[in-house]
Design a protein around this ligand. Structure first.
Ligand SMILES: *Cc1c(COP(=O)(O)O)cnc(C)c1O
Length: 309
C-alpha cells in the first residue's frame, strides 16, 4: 500500500505472536499468545497505526492541505499522528487539551519534533471537539483540512483495527482480549472476530461501569449475539493512574515473560487478564489471543529507573 507515493511508514510484518508462559495459565490449562503490535514502529506504535491508517490514506488521496487532530499532553495518538504525517509529507496540527504548560511533556516535545503544530486550548473548548457548530468554525479557520477525531476514532479507525486480526492466522483462538479506552479498537476487533471467538475488553477509564459504554460504542454492529464482555474493574484508580503494585507487575511481566507494557493501557490489560484466569473466567483448553496495543512511549513520563526496561 502506498501513502503519497511512499511505502507505508511502518512495517506491519514485524508483528509477532509470542507465547505467554505464566504459572497461573499453565495451572488452568490455558494457552495464551500475545500479538505484538508494539513491534511495528517505535513511535507510530501499536493500535494507533491501525486507527490512523485509513485517515491518512484519506488525507493523502483527497487533496487536503493538512490534518487537524486532538489529544492530551500524554497522548499516544498525537505523537503517532505527528510522526506518520511527517513521513507522508502531510502538515498536521494537534489541538492539545489545556493551557500550554511551562515545560512540555515528553510526548508533546516529540510531536513537535516531528513538525506538529501544537495548538493549546482550554479544557472547555476541548470538550467541544465533537460539537458540529464548533467543528464548523474550525473548518472555516482551517479550510481543506481533514479532521481526525481524538485517538483516530470513527469508521476509518474501526476499519483499520479490523485488519489486526488478519496480520497472522488468528482463527484458532477462542478468546481475544484487548485494552479499551474509546473502544474503537475493541469495536474493530469485534467486527473482525469469528463466531466461535469471545471478545474481552479491559476498560482503562474510570466510572463507566453500568453506563452505556458497550451500547454506545457498538451501535448495531454486533451481529454475533453479544459474544463479548467489557470489564470495568481494572482501571486501578482511573485513566493513567499508577501505583507501586502495577509497576512491580510490569517489571515482573518483563523479567519473567519478556513482555514490555505501558502503565496506561497494556499493563492494566495484562493484569486484568491474568486475574480473570485466576478467577476462572476462561475455561480449560481456551486459547487466548492478547493484543499488545503498543503505547510504550508513555512510560517515558515515569522517573528514570522505575522500570527495568
Ligand atoms: C489508545 C490506546 C488504546 C485504546 O484504544 P481505543 O481504541 O481508544 O480503545 C489501547 N492501548 C494503547 C497502547 C493505546 O495507545
Amino acid at each position: 500500500m502506498l501513502l503519497n507515493g511512499q511505502i507505508l511508514p511502518v512495517d506491519e510484518s514485524k508483528v509477532s505472536l509470542d507465547e505467554l508462559i505464566f504459572p497461573s495459565l499453565q495451572a488452568a490449562r490455558i494457552q495464551a499468545h500475545v500479538l505484538r503490535l508494539d513491534k511495528i514502529h517505535p513511535v507510530i506504535s501499536g493500535n494507533k497505526w491501525f486507527k490512523l491508517k485509513y485517515h491518512l490514506l484519506r488525507a493523502a488521496a483527497g487533496n487536503y492541505r493538512g490534518i487537524l487532530t486532538w489529544g492530551g499532553a500524554y497522548s499516544n495518538h498525537l505523537v503517532a499522528a505527528a510522526c506518520a504525517a511527517a513521513r507522508a509529507g502531510i502538515p498536521i496540527t494537534g489541538i492539545v487539551r489545556g493551557e500550554r504548560p511551562v515545560t512540555l511533556s515528553h510526548t508533546l516535545l516529540a510531536a513537535q519534533k516531528y513538525g506538529m503544530d501544537l495548538l493549546f486550548t482550554s479544557r472547555e473548548n476541548y470538550r467541544r471537539r465533537q460539537d458540529p457548530a464548533y467543528l464548523q468554525v474550525l473548518a472555516g479557520e482551517y479550510p481543506d483540512t481533514l479532521m481526525v477525531p481524538e485517538g483516530g476514532g470513527g469508521p476509518e479507525g474501526i476499519r483499520g483495527c479490523q485488519e489486526i486480526l488478519s496480520l497472522t492466522d488468528t482463527r484458532s483462538f477462542t478468546d481475544i482480549i484487548c485494552a479499551a479506552g474509546t473502544g474503537t479498537m475493541f469495536c474493530g476487533l469485534l467486527q473482525a472476530s469469528l463466531v466461535h471467538q469471545r471478545m474481552t475488553g479491559i476498560c482503562v477509564l474510570k466510572g463507566l461501569e453500568g453506563s452505556d459504554y458497550e451500547k454506545d460504542r457498538m451501535p448495531g454492529q454486533n451481529s454475533r449475539g453479544g459474544n463479548y464482555r467489557i470489564f470495568h474493574d481494572y482501571h486501578q484508580g482511573g485513566y493513567a493512574k499508577k501505583n507501586p503494585d502495577l509497576i512491580d507487575f510490569m517489571n515482573n511481566l518483563y523479567t519473567n515473560c519478556g513482555i514490555p507494557s505501558d502503565f496506561v493501557y497494556t499493563a492494566k490489560m495484562f493484569y486484568g487478564t491474568l486475574d480473570l484466569v485466576q478467577k476462572g473466567y476462561f475455561t480449560a483448553n481456551s486459547r487466548l489471543l492478547i493484543i499488545h496495543s503498543g503505547g510504550l512511549q508513555g512510560n517515558e513520563s515515569l522517573s528514570p529507573g522505575t522500570l527495568l526496561f
